[in-house]
Write a protein that binds this ligand. Structure first.
Ligand code: UGA
Length: 447
């Protein structure tokens, strides 16, 4: 099928290259000329495991191309996936101006039937507005467009894996024809007949469910899923506060809770809290949706509050153990909001660094992927070539992102180069008994 993907950010680039890989002809559109130039030169604007290979291979095969020309992309395609950003406005609502601009242009230039699929995370009822806008700006007869919702559940750092091995593919449609087209697009995934770029041989494990519903319910599934996962994280962080006060271990509590399949063990990791460009903005947007329709989503407000307070908790721990913060040198391992990504948007590490700098601390930092982005946001701190260099002379080390390679460091060497062997493990990631046996003072979160 000829598909146009509008927006070459995390969602668009992954969706576009994966759709090309399963047999479609995809054109990816972005209005950022620099980004398109980079992609056309064979370079990547973001780091995401397996993505670069997918992009290169599919460009070479001619199944994936990049352009800034939306009208050409829209004209040449039967299906248009909207993957542009929906960043938060001042009041927390999602900014839909990019979506609207794209829809107006698609409406004005399309000269044949188009299926428009919203993939960006949007507030409920956006599909209705899209439908209306397409009709207003279209020069053709009414009924020239179909609109569907197909929320993405891609996690940064494992987005390619998530595309090929989803638990479910959710689509919101208002007619059978649209359902059939979307089923056809995802058929290789649904039937397990794709070549997996992540595993050399894929076991024919359980097939994903193709969940078909109405447009509004599909839109809500996305916001409700992200908000629920964020709620789990804040819940376990609140439990961690009780654990610390009574001398229990939040990791043990989470393990015991997670054994109940109704609860599940995922998303019960206590620590510095959630970051990234999805959970914080989606929570705020969902609270705003509630307000718009007369419902006070107090539960989610509390989830946000608990998450913000994680940075205060970390500050208090550092103050308590280092006594005076002014003039202290603090080493950071990890800057990205989670491992396997270079994304630092709303990353707890970045916020903690800002707060410590306000207190007069000197920061030395290392991250396997995120240093380029971090140094353009906070250029004033020292970025080291490796963890040993940043640990040199530090009075404390904060582990802020659980990159697996940090486990394999020579922790004895780390201890020797530090001025004071103190670790604040913001992700409860390091083996406590091993590092304390080496002579470190170890402080975790909620234990
Ligand atoms: C999230 C969802 O997991 C995806 O399903 C969704 O598609 C995506 O948002 C989106 O809306 O686009 P992502 O933001 O990439 O994906 O990252 P997650 O793996 O969900 O982690 C989010 C944050 O929660 C990270 O900062 C992580 O460190 C934190 N987290 C996660 C915890 O603090 N504890 C946990 O137990 C799990």
């Amino acid at each position: 099928m000829n598909i146009c993907v509008v927006g070459a950010g995390y969602v668009g680039l992954v969706t576009g290259s994966c759709l090309a890989d399963i047999g479609h002809r995809v054109i990816c559109i972005d209005n950022d000329e620099g980004k398109i130039r980079l992609l056309n030169a064979g370079q990547m604007p973001i780091y995401e495991p397996y993505l670069e290979d997918l992009v290169q291979q599919n460009r070479k095969r001619g199944s994936l191309s990049f352009s800034t020309d939306l009208s050409r992309g829209a004209k040449d395609s039967e299906v248009i996936f909207i993957c542009v950003g929906t960043p938060p406005l001042e009041n927390g609502e999602a900014d839909l101006s990019f979506v609207e601009k794209v829809i107006r242009e698609v409406g004005a230039t399309a000269d044949s039937h188009k299926l428009v699929v919203e993939k960006s995370t949007v507030p409920v009822q956006t599909g209705e507005y899209i439908n209306r806008t397409l009709k207003i700006y279209s020069r053709e007869e009414k009924g020239h467009f179909d609109v569907a919702s197909n929320p993405e559940f891609l996690r940064e750092g494992s987005a390619v894996l998530d595309f090929f091995h989803p638990d479910r593919i959710v689509i919101g449609v208002d007619n059978r024809r649209t359902e059939d087209v979307l089923r056809q697009i995802y058929l290789p995934i649904l039937e397990g007949t794709f070549r997996c770029p992540v595993h050399s041989s894929c076991l024919p494990a359980t097939r994903p469910l193709f969940f078909v519903t109405d447009l509004k319910s599909a839109e809500l599934i996305k916001h409700a899923s992200n908000s629920f996962l964020a709620t789990k994280i804040s819940f376990i962080n609140a439990i961690g506060e009780i654990c610390e006060r009574v001398g229990a271990d939040v990791q043990k509590v989470a393990e015991g809770m997670g054994l109940d399949p109704r609860i599940g063990k995922e998303f019960l990791k206590a620590g510095l809290g959630f970051g990234g460009f999805c959970f914080p903005k989606d929570l705020q947007a969902f609270v705003c949706i509630g307000e718009k329709y007369g419902y006070d989503f107090a539960l989610l407000k509390e989830v946000e509050k608990i998450n913000k307070s994680r940075i205060d908790v970390a500050m208090e721990k550092l103050k308590k153990h280092l006594w005076v913060l002014r003039g202290k040198t603090i080493a950071f391992l990890g800057l990205a909001f989670k491992p396997q990504t270079d994304d630092i948007r709303f990353a707890p590490a970045m916020e903690l660094i800002r707060r410590l700098r306000e207190e007069g601390c000197h920061i030395r930092a290392f991250d396997p992927q995120a240093m380029k982005k971090a140094s353009s946001e906070i250029p004033e701190i020292f970025y080291g070539r490796d963890p040993y260099e940043v640990a040199e002379g530090a009075e404390a080390l904060v582990l802020a992102t659980e990159w697996p390679e940090f486990l394999d460091l020579d922790w004895d060497k780390m201890r020797r180069v530090m001025a004071r062997p103190f670790i604040l493990d913001g992700r409860n990631f390091l083996p406590r008994s091993r590092v304390t046996a080496l002579g470190f003072e170890y402080v975790g979160m909620g234990r």
